[in-house]
Ligand binder design. Structure first.
Ligand code: HEM
Length: 370
């Protein structure tokens, strides 16, 4: 079905099946007026609900002497499983809107992490919206429409387009490949694994801020891949970097993609089959006190790096977790030890608190905050 329900206990675009295309935008609020902010969130919610159905942004688009309410480029396209997911950054909870007392304790700016070289102009923001769809024009239209409705209230801080999902969240979905040519998403949390979602992704009823219950935290990391260097690396080394085979995606201790990695296995010379610095060894829940995240990232290419002539391509990593500290714990470890670090660099970052879903008409994104 090309329509994903907009209303629900949780926002769509998290545990729902990953679509193929991404348009992501972060905004800064420019109005000092809390009522303006609320009315923008109300208009965004109404527009998002309409667009998820494949309907235009509400309002007249056929009156000759006013600009059409909808820009029109999604007319005639199917809803394409469009989902729009909103999150609020730590900067929303300064004193501008009287929200300081509503800040969840977990929503602090991410600490500096090993190896990163962050571009502030592509990082952070007061509000983020993730639009995912199977048609790139539908995803773009969704972001453009919110930016338009937000004029005078927010400014666009940065945007990122993504093509090609790099994860699986649906039980029936096949595993895609990332730009390094490896299957990505094999051991991700699946949308039908409600026990894992409740434990690792959704903020529970014990949370300090009631408005976040049923919500989650979105971490975005723009991760540059040095694909030209990667393409010169031997196959055996590429496989050792991840701890998996390139073709089948099997752990180096198995033969099929979904075989469970055996992190204790050693070769004839006594060294571990999955190397100590292999990506999956460092990231796996078995080696991190059970910590898990839901990955939902996309590949990107933003042209050519003018300083080197190399492709400016990589992974726009997105993860959802009930506590951002889980991401920080994993990334501290990966950032300092991962064999992959020779071929990647984290170049932008964002953290956003995603409220629960809208469950009835008239309710709006983030209403629990105001
Ligand atoms: C697993 C690629 C960054 C967390 C994997 C797998 C691949 C991969 C190919 C194995 C298949 C799978 O189970 O999905 C990459 C690439 C990255 C990257 C190319 C950067 C460009 C990260 C980051 C984190 C992360 C930043 C978290 C901080 C994980 C986790 C797993 C995983 C938790 C599952 C490990 C397991 O349970 O076996 N990644 N990853 N990855 N990755 Fe990454």
């Amino acid at each position: 079905a090309p329509v994903v329900a907009f209303q629900g206990e949780h926002q769509a675009g998290i545990s729902t099946d990953v679509q193929n295309q991404l348009a992501f935008a972060a905004f800064d609020v420019t109005t000092p007026d809390r009522d303006d902010l609320v009315s923008m969130l109300q208009s965004w919610t109404t527009a998002a609900a309409a667009m998820a159905q494949g309907a235009p942004v509400p309002g007249s688009s056929a009156t000759p002497d006013v600009p059409p309410a909808d820009s029109g480029e999604a007319d005639g396209l199917t809803p394409s499983r469009l989902t729009m997911t909103i999150g609020f950054g730590p900067s929303m909870f300064d004193d501008r809107f009287g929200l300081a007392s509503r800040r969840p304790a977990a929503l602090q700016p991410l600490p500096a992490l090993p190896g990163e070289l962050l571009d502030g102009s592509r990082s952070n923001g007061d509000i983020a919206v993730q639009a995912c769809a199977d048609d790139p024009q539908v995803a773009f239209h969704a972001i453009r429409s919110l930016a338009r409705l937000g004029r005078g209230t927010v400014v666009n801080r940065w945007t990122q387009l993504g093509f090609g999902r790099t994860s699986t969240t649906g039980a029936g979905q096949s595993t895609p490949r990332n730009l390094m040519g490896f299957k990505d998403g094999t051991r991700n949390i699946r949308g039908d694994d409600t026990a894992a979602l409740d434990q690792h992704v959704w903020v529970g009823n014990g949370a300090d801020q009631a408005w976040m219950r049923g919500g989650t935290y979105l971490v975005a990391r723009r991760i540059r891949m040095f694909v030209e260097n990667w393409d010169r690396d031997y196959l055996s080394d590429q496989q050792e970097v991840f701890g998996r085979t390139k073709s089948a995606g099997a752990p180096l201790t198995g033969t099929a993609e979904f075989d469970t990695p055996d992190f204790g296995a050693t070769g004839p010379d006594g060294t571990p089959v999955i190397a100590d610095n292999a990506h999956i060894r460092l990231a796996a829940f078995e080696n991190n006190n059970g910590l898990r995240i839901l990955r939902r990232g996309y590949s990107f290419n933003d042209g050519i790096d003018p300083t080197t002539g190399d492709l400016e391509a990589g992974l726009f990593f997105i993860s959802f977790q009930s506590d951002p500290a889980t991401f920080v714990t994993l990334q501290r470890k990966l950032g300092s030890s991962d064999a992959l670090n020779e071929y990647i660099q984290h170049v932008a970052s964002g953290l956003f608190a995603c409220p629960p879903g809208v469950t009835r008409n008239g309710d709006y994104w983030g209403s629990g905050l105001f």
